[in-house]
Design a protein around this ligand. Sequence first.
Ligand code: FAD
Length: 317
Amino acid sequence: MTETAPASENIHDVVIIGSGPAGYTAAIYTARASLNPVVFTGSVTAGGELMNTTDVENFPGFPEGILGPELMGHLEAQARRFGADIQYEDVVEADLQVQPKKLTLGNGDVHYARSVILATGSAYRELGLDGEKRFSGHGVSWCATCDGFFFRDQNVAVVGGGDSAMEEALFLTKFADKVTVIHRRDELRASQIMADRALQHPKIEFLWNTGVEDLTGEDKLQTAHLRNLKTGEASTLDITGLFVAIGQDPRTELVKGQLDLHDDGTIAVQGRTSKTSLAGVFAAGDVIDGTYRQAITAAGSGCVAAQDVEHYLADLN
Ligand code: FAD
């Protein structure tokens, strides 16, 4: 059976998938450009990763800092003010190789779009401990650049053995008294230069062959419960901060096999633009960024995508 083409009035100019800083910034810009954007927020993290944190002190414009959920509430309200249609739905299927693009939602509805902005972010890998969620924003963090400042003169730990774990540990030495790197193996995966820097740093100590089994504390993290994976010996480490640096997975399930991806799983875009390998498909934020991954860089990237969409649609007409 052949599918009937949708009537042109049922085709959106632009659909934005994701409601983090990248998605909402793209929505603000495309709404102000009269492109009537539709945003599908996703149901698990509507508002994006900052919904999982407390104080955000490095987003420009808020000299006293702002709570993550409050900041995202402002971005959503700003997008709504200019007419963005924000729907709390998941996109479960995206056929991007056709024109118009076809998007199927979790509730079964089908939407069509001349252009799509993918702003689905990147999921930080978790240890899978109960305490991890409980102390998220209260001692447990996935981002030293974001939260290192809160741990001045304290004892903290980093879990992981790759380049990003070493980077986090070295960055944290600027603030913390002592940084303990907890690693499951007896050698690092990090590049030699990063490993050497961390191994030689007087504030960094290593716990090899060690896993984290539990995290405890009252309102805030106080103790990590550890186990030596070779000897089975249990121990505890008193820390106020635990930085989980065991990798992240760009959320690309929707587009795998349709778009070019980099080896690290991020969506490949052309130069400084948001243009992916498919015409009419743009990507922004952490899903294209293996390096910076900050709210402000994601927002800037959403602005780039909105402008690229504007030019693309102007050329189509
Ligand atoms: P995200 O914010 O990850 O948003 C992705 C969006 O895509 C979500 O809304 C999700 O629901 C949606 N989505 C995914 N799949 C689908 C789908 N199939 N259908 C519909 N929607 C979908 N950065 C800072 O600058 N300062 C900080 O202080 C800071 N603190 C942080 C604290 C924590 C605990 C974490 C985890 C991150 C922190 N970051 C901070 C990093 C910052 O949150 C990210 O860099 C930023 O949120 C990335 O924005 P994004 O829009 O690319 O993606």
